[in-house]
Design a protein around this ligand. Structure first.
Ligand code: UDP
Length: 478
């Protein structure tokens, strides 16, 4: 249909953004559109296996590498992904390093043949919009649609109903992202300026691509379209592009399936009996909070997999694990995954019966695609909004009871323990044990799994929307 089109993609270098962008590249390339994706050398390594396989299978994808100016921006050598930062205090350095890619990118775009028909990038990389404008190419941002779209209109009270939404969504002010409810310190002000710049850039976008599907968020997308002159295309869930186990296993890491012994352990568990707990790529639970989580899972007596991401102050936590004898006690029933867990592979295993998640958007939608009920434990940014999508809009989750957003840079003493082991244990039991409500939740979860699959089929809403998007670019910018 669109064999002469060429789309350029520039992802933000952070797993929660790069992973879905790689998935999206594959999905778009399946429509005979040539996709060039620009990444840095270490990210090319990290995501290379999945991309190489897609290219070998015949998809018209090209990978171009731009060296990342890590050390000249005050970052450790080879630190090319946000989750590689030794401390989030270096966030600004990371943003500066990304912005230094503007000139090399401008040069690269000028040399590309054929010239891209559009640039798909991330609203956090606002300077990519400047590159697009310089070359007269339409710029599209990716967006995870969540209810915060109307946050500008919120009253300044502690508890409020988010206005203008198809559902009644009640939040507390302290659950808002730090950027909507910033403190007075210099860092918050600096971040606020960055975000205002991002927002202004977003308003220059030709259109928006959304990693969601109409059966889940159609009513929200319709509202959003009204704000964007219809140039909004809901074309997800992107994670559905990983059909084979190797692609699922290597999303965001190069590990092979055989590197994961616990996949064999999952084979030995009863269907729907295991709780999988993971907090994404950025969250750093404080050691005392991690201990409550671990003990809550233990107390629930359900088998579990707990992903202990290296961001979780690993040394102190490992010390506790060893001294407390936790791992020994839960042997055979609970598994600690150290480092990167192949999340989509784990979630697709029939033994998994619940997902305890921090509600990052990717994790949220991956949980919905897997058809598993969720225990929701949001931390920051959009995650409290996403929790409402799961618990209220989809009706497939139970909130663990997190009340306040945790600042990115939270120190042990500053936040303390927000969720106790009994809260974890209770929420897990509510989800896992029988009863009418639990059964209804499971039914709804199955429904959304089916709907997510259907959306990506040839006659599904997301496939149709993707074709409409490609046609739009063909008509307006070819
Ligand atoms: N992820 C994973 N294994 C891990 C941690 C994260 O596969 O151990 C993946 C997860 O499947 C998701 C992404 O990393 O696709 C995290 O994105 P999300 O939006 O959920 O959260 P963030 O990391 O941005 O907080």
């Amino acid at each position: 249909m669109a064999s002469n089109l060429h789309f350029l993609m520039i992802p933000l270098m952070c797993p929660g953004h790069l992973i879905p962008m790689v998935d999206m590249a594959k999905i778009i390339a399946q429509h005979q559109v040539t996709v060039t994706i620009v990444i840095t050398p270490r990210n090319a390594q990290r995501y290379g296996s999945v991309l190489d396989r897609a290219i070998t299978s015949g998809l018209p994808i090209r990978v171009l590498k731009l060296p990342f100016p890590a050390s000249e921006s005050g970052l450790p050598d080879q630190c090319e992904s946000f989750d590689d930062l030794p401390s989030f205090n270096l966030s600004k350095n990371f943003a500066d390093a990304c912005a230094k890619l503007q000139q090399p990118l401008e040069k690269l775009v000028g040399e590309l043949n054929p010239t891209p028909n559009c640039i798909i990038s991330d609203k956090h990389l606002a300077w990519t919009a400047d590159v697009a404008e310089k070359h007269h190419i339409p710029w599209l941002s990716t967006h995870n649609l969540f209810v915060s779209k109307v946050h500008e209109k919120l009253a300044d009270s502690d508890l409020f109903t988010v206005p203008g939404l198809p559902d009644k969504v009640v939040m507390t002010k302290s659950q808002l992202p730090e950027l909507l409810n910033p403190g007075d310190n210099a860092k918050s002000k600096e971040m606020k300026m960055i975000i205002e710049h991002i927002r202004a850039t977003e308003s220059r976008a030709y259109g928006t691509l959304i990693n969601s599907f109409e059966a889940l968020e159609g009513r929200y997308v319709d509202e959003y379209k009204k704000l964007k002159q219809g140039k909004v295309w809901c074309i997800g869930p992107f994670s559905q592009s990983n059909e084979n186990d190797l692609d699922k296993a290597q999303r965001g890491s190069r590990a092979s399936i055989n590197d994961h012994d616990y996949m064999k352990w999952l084979d030995s568990q009863r269907p729907g009996s295991v709780v999988y707990a993971c907090f994404g790529s950025l969250t750093r639970l404080t050691p005392s909070q991690f201990i409550e989580l671990a003990l809550g899972l233990e107390e629930s007596r359900f088998p579990f997999i707990l992903a202990l991401n290296r961001r979780n102050q690993a040394e102190e936590i490992e010390k506790w694990v060893a001294e407390d004898g936790f791992e020994e006690r839960v042997k055979g029933r609970g598994v600690l995954v150290r480092g990167w867990a192949p999340q989509v592979l784990i979630l697709s295993h029939p033994a998994v019966g619940a997902f305890l998640t921090h509600c990052g958007w990717n994790s949220t939608i991956e949980g919905l695609c897997a058809g598993v009920p969720m225990v929701t434990w949001p931390q920051f940014e959009d995650q409290f909004f996403n929790e409402r999508v799961v618990v209220q809009v989809a009706g497939t989750g139970v909130a663990v009871g997190a009340r306040t957003a945790v600042p990115y840079l939270a120190e042990e003493g500053a936040v303390g323990v927000q969720v106790k082991r009994e809260d974890v244990c209770k929420a897990v039991k509510v989800i896992m044990v029988g009863g009418l409500e639990a059964e209804e939740r499971r039914e709804k979860a199955k429904y959304f799994k089916e709907m997510a699959k259907k959306a990506m089929k040839d006659d599904g809403s997301s496939k149709i929307n993707l074709k409409l998007f490609i046609q739009d670019i063909m008509i307006t910018h070819k």
